[in-house]
Design a protein around this ligand. Structure first.
Ligand SMILES: Nc1ncnc2c1ncn2[C@@H]1O[C@H](COP(=O)(O)OP(=O)(O)O)[C@@H](O)[C@H]1O
Ligand code: SF4
Ligand SMILES: [Mg+2]
Length: 344
């Protein structure tokens, strides 16, 4: 693996939320992210998948310190960002950027394209004169496939794909090393999605960018990622290199997610069994005991309600958090103890 640019260790992000009841409006703690760990090599893409509400966006925003972590480490280029004050963190803002899901709401409608893309240049002191700033804006606009005469226009004058190009140009303006791409193509037509993905891949190659690519589209994630993590209810349940994960998925949740992805391969389609994922993700305000997936898992057993399975390496960096997988490994003789009780 290439040098690790980002190492997230046991990351926790908790929100204080008010109970909806007007009479009993007490404050409760919502554990949106509750102990997530993964690493991203420099110049690589880590794909983060999972159903809506499982904490993907919160992970991305916490890494960028848009949310204060409740615990854990965010080691970026050797420095733990979680331990820095706002002032100490400021230089890292230039090095870490975000591309948002919705290009319709993430751009200020009152600013021209030139003002939107030029803002990071001013904030980070990257263009000493107006002429230098205008020149750099022109360059960025060209890089993302827009024209110079677009610079004076406003976001509402553009299509969804063009707006996402403006968002990408804004993210690139400060010459970052790392970008959180939060569902960057989810709101776009399929025909436009490929163009935006190609653009992101081109810039990764050209500038050695490192991406955290968040999506619920498993096909897109497979295409763009080097390594993939699957989240469920605030925790990581499985993570592996992309070919290993898609060829040898082990966690029951990953299997059900993947079984719903259409395949063009008739051989795979013949052998594949669709696993219907019933019900919704439980509320993080009231998570199940033991394994967070147990209320929807067809393979759940008694121990699953008692103990939370720990993310364990089952070989070559393939990590899984499931009692059953652990038991199967043990009975296959990979570990000495025959016990089901592996983790707390
Ligand atoms: N600012 C916030 N305040 C309170 N709860 C939040 C906030 N942001 C997200 N949440 C809650 O945290 C959980 C995870 O949300 P999110 O990270 O947006 O999930 P995803 O991106 O996977 O859809 C959800 O239950 C959501 O309602
Ligand atoms: S630990 Fe149990 S409930 Fe959780 S995924 Fe594995 S088998 Fe299912
Ligand atoms: Mg999200």
């Amino acid at each position: 693996m290439s040098e690790e640019l980002l190492g997230v260790r046991d990351l926790k992000t908790h929100f204080a939320v008010r109970d909806s009841s007007p009479w009993f409006g007490a404050c409760r703690i919502l554990k949106a992210v509750d102990g997530v760990s993964f690493g991203i090599g420099r110049g690589k893409t880590f794909g983060l998948v999972g159903e809506s509400g499982c904490g993907k966006t919160t992970v991305g925003r916490t890494i960028l310190r848009l949310y204060r972590p409740a615990g854990g480490e965010i080691v970026f280029g050797g420095t733990d960002l979680a331990a820095l004050s706002e002032r100490e963190f400021f230089p890292y803002r230039r090095r870490m950027q975000m591309i948002f899901q919705d290009p319709f709401t993430s751009l200020d409608p009152r600013q021209t394209v030139g003002e939107i893309i030029g803002a990071p240049l001013s904030i980070h002191g990257l263009a000493p004169t107006r002429a230098a700033r205008a020149e750099r804006v022109r360059e960025l606009v060209g890089m993302v496939g827009l024209r110079s005469d677009h610079i004076g226009r406003y976001p509402h004058e553009f299509s969804g794909g063009q707006r996402q190009r403006i968002g990408i140009a804004r993210a690139l303006a400060s010459m970052p090393e790392f970008i959180v791409c939060d569902e960057p193509v989810s709101s776009l037509d399929v025909s436009i999605q490929a163009q935006i993905i190609n653009l992101l891949e081109e810039f990764q190659e050209r500038f050695g960018l490192t991406y955290l690519f968040i999506s619920h589209d498993l096909s897109v994630v497979r295409h763009i990622s080097h390594r993939v993590g699957v989240m469920y209810l605030g925790v990581m349940v499985e993570t592996a290199d992309v070919d290993e994960l898609y060829g040898n998925m082990l966690h029951p949740y990953t299997k059900s997610l993947m079984s719903a992805v259409p395949t063009a391969d008739p051989e795979i389609a013949k052998t594949r069994r669709r696993i219907i994922l019933e019900g919704d993700v439980p509320s993080p305000l009231d998570p199940p005991s033991g394994c967070p997936f147990r209320t929807r898992c067809r393979e759940a057993e008694g121990v699953c309600a008692e103990r939370n399975p720990r993310l364990t390496d089952v070989g070559s960096g393939h990590m899984v958090a499931c009692h059953k997988v652990e038991l199967q490994r043990k009975t296959a003789g990979e570990t000495r103890s025959p016990s089901f009780e592996i983790s707390k």
